[in-house]
Design a protein around this ligand. Structure first.
Ligand SMILES: [Zn+2]
Length: 601
């Protein structure tokens, strides 16, 4: 994720953390019967005759065909408000038109006639397939970090270079901003009663910047208490996405009132070179790489989005060299402090007397826009057709960083292909639903659910009621045995042989609003025709990592499909070859049946 800002990283962590948390919640509640939330179907039933045409029109081959185009290099990673995204949007709209899906976007305005042209036939106005969303683009153009030291009349300062001495993922403030605060060294930034270790003991870090070593003491020592049992699970959760979201160290710093973290690179191989570490660590590890480059942020001009759970304390990663320069003002250095902490497992925290840190950034702002794609099938019931079942998926992805294209085949080419395929199934099936069904491709999800938020706040067919949302995000990848076992462990005690009953090639998760238990029943009933190994996940708190969230916030009940999270998540390696056409076919078919059940209930 080379040039990407942390908000994307945070999206990663956030997305991955939700299913886990929900699974844990669900496991706690349903401890007595873990099977209750699974629907495992081996032999499928023949699909009802009146949905057969639509159902059978959904094929693995179609899914892959759409996905190949959407995730091709031509589209350059479909970043919001870029030509690549626009190509994807036009492609979907063309297919909708081809299949006879009606436009459900904004009304088109007649074009102004040229005074020099011959009078033309009056132009027809009507709906388009698009909803244009005005956005503010903020690009950070400059970032400077300065360390100052002052003692009486003595004063020293040193400036550092972004992406060489330090790096951070998330833009600070709204762009052009500056902040200065005193620095406190807090060792590893850990409070563990059981180890009698408190790096914050007798320290007031309120309003200050805490400087801490990354990871935990004795990272490479298997005998370190942090590499065992509960402690390991706490500081090194298995799920990559949870790692930053729920990082106990940054949560603690935030709780104690620190304003930012200076995180010292702990890895000895990359001493003093943040940029090198960042570039060489392409593969996912416990501290995800953030690639240096342009920082671009998009936000809605009208309407506000929810505060995102990834809005945690800002973390600036600094090189060993920069850390030593800071500690040098008080005659300390990183390696010896680190050594003392590791050998004694005692706090060596200290106020860095007279030391302050300033980060000053500059940004330029301009107005841009991007588009949701919206089509619909009108309901047949004279009353119920005024209710909309919105089937949506985000079409945008992370774009391109340097030479790397983030094709986003699974995230979320797969969900986009699902919406397309389900739309064509509705168009082909002779029996139409009672309620109207909207097919939506959202823009700006990776930038903070911008497209779906905008739609919920500014519905295009305002005379109709949005009744339900079905969201698909990452529905093409199969679980690995390891991931399944991990999931099993999280669910507590499972009946003997239960894990062996689950076919990882068919495993997916269907989350839904716990206030609508009927959705669970519908998912089970429809799975009889599809044969997924479906984990049902009723969720009391709307999980906020994807486009069902704005609907949930507006009290619109949702169903949300997601398959396996993989190492390719938000990496250039998320490519079409790795997707499972068979899994997609099953999930898309289940989506089609679910949409019919909801639209006809
Ligand atoms: Zn996604």
């Amino acid at each position: 994720m080379s040039l990407k800002k942390l908000i994307t990283v945070m999206t990663v962590f956030f997305l991955l953390s939700l299913p886990v948390l929900n699974a844990q919640e669900a496991a706690e509640e349903k401890k007595e019967d873990p099977l209750k939330n699974f629907s495992i179907v081996e032999e499928t039933q023949p699909v009802p005759e009146n949905l057969k045409v639509g159902f059978e029109s959904i094929t693995a081959k179609d899914a892959v065909t759409y996905l190949k185009f959407i995730s091709s290099d031509l589209l350059q990673g479909r970043d919001t408000a870029t030509p690549g995204y626009e190509i994807a949007a036009e492609y979907v709209a063309s297919m909708f038109e081809l299949w006879g899906i009606k436009p459900a976007g904004a009304m088109t305005r007649p074009r102004m006639a040229s005074p020099f042209a011959a009078p033309a036939a009056p132009q027809k106005t009507g709906r388009s397939y698009f909803q244009t969303i005005p956005l503010r683009e903020t690009i950070e153009t400059d970032s400077k970090a300065i360390i100052e030291w002052q003692k009486g009349a003595q004063k020293k300062s040193r400036a550092f270079v972004a992406n060489q001495d330090y790096s951070y993922g998330r833009m600070f403030g709204g762009g052009t901003s500056s902040f200065t605060a005193p620095v406190v060294f807090v060792g590893y930034g850990i409070q563990e009663k059981s180890l009698n270790l408190d790096d914050y003991k007798n320290l007031d870090v309120k309003g200050k910047i805490v400087m801490m070593l990354s990871e935990t003491p004795g990272k490479d020592d298997p005998e370190s208490p942090f590499n065992k049992g509960e402690m390991k699970a706490k500081y090194y959760p298995q799920r990559q996405m949870m790692r930053r979201m729920t990082s106990p160290k940054s949560a603690l710093a935030k709780k104690l009132g620190a304003v930012a973290i200076l995180q010292v690179e702990n890895s000895p191989q990359t001493n003093g070179d943040v940029a090198q570490r960042v570039v060489s660590s392409r593969r996912i590890n416990d501290e995800r790489p953030i690639f240096p480059g342009t920082r671009r942020r998009l936000s809605l001009i009208q309407g506000k989005t929810q505060a995102m759970p990834w809005d945690t304390i800002p973390t600036i990663r600094i090189s060993r060299e920069m850390a030593d320069a800071i500690l040098g003002y008080v005659d300390q250095d990183t390696e010896s402090l680190k050594g003392k902490i590791e050998t004694t497992l005692k706090s060596h925290s200290m106020v860095l007397s007279g030391v302050s840190f300033t980060l000053a950034t500059k940004a330029k702002t301009k107005l841009v826009s991007s588009r949701n794609v919206l089509g619909y099938i009108e309901g047949t019931d004279p009353e119920l057709k005024n209710e909309l079942i919105v089937i949506g998926a985000h079409l945008d992805h992370l774009g391109q960083r340097g030479d790397y294209i983030f094709n986003g085949a699974d995230d979320n080419g797969s969900g986009s292909a699902a919406v397309m395929e389900v739309a064509q199934a509705f168009a082909k099936n002779p029996l139409k639903p009672k309620r109207s069904v909207v097919f939506a491709l959202w823009t700006g999800e990776e930038k903070g659910l911008l497209g779906s938020y905008y739609y919920v706040a500014n519905p295009t067919m305002a005379d109709k009621k949005i009744a339900n949302n079905i969201n698909l995000d990452m529905v093409s990848r199969t679980y690995t045995k390891e991931r399944l076992q991990r999931m099993g462990r999280m669910m507590g005690e499972l009946p003997e042989g239960f894990i062996d009953k689950i076919d990882i090639k068919k495993l997916t998760r269907g989350s839904y609003d716990a206030n609508v238990p009927e959705f669970g029943e519908m998912l089970k009933a429809n799975n009889q025709y599809v044969g997924l190994h479906l984990q049902l996940n009723p969720s009391k708190e709307p999980s906020g990592g994807s486009d069902h969230f704005p609907f949930a916030m507006a009290k619109i009940p949702y169903v949300y499909f997601m398959a396996a999270m993989t190492e390719d998540y938000h990496q250039p390696s998320d490519s079409v070859e790795k997707t499972s056409p068979e899994l997609m076919e099953k999930i898309f078919r289940l989506t089609y049946l679910m949409a019919n059940s909801i639209a006809n209930k």
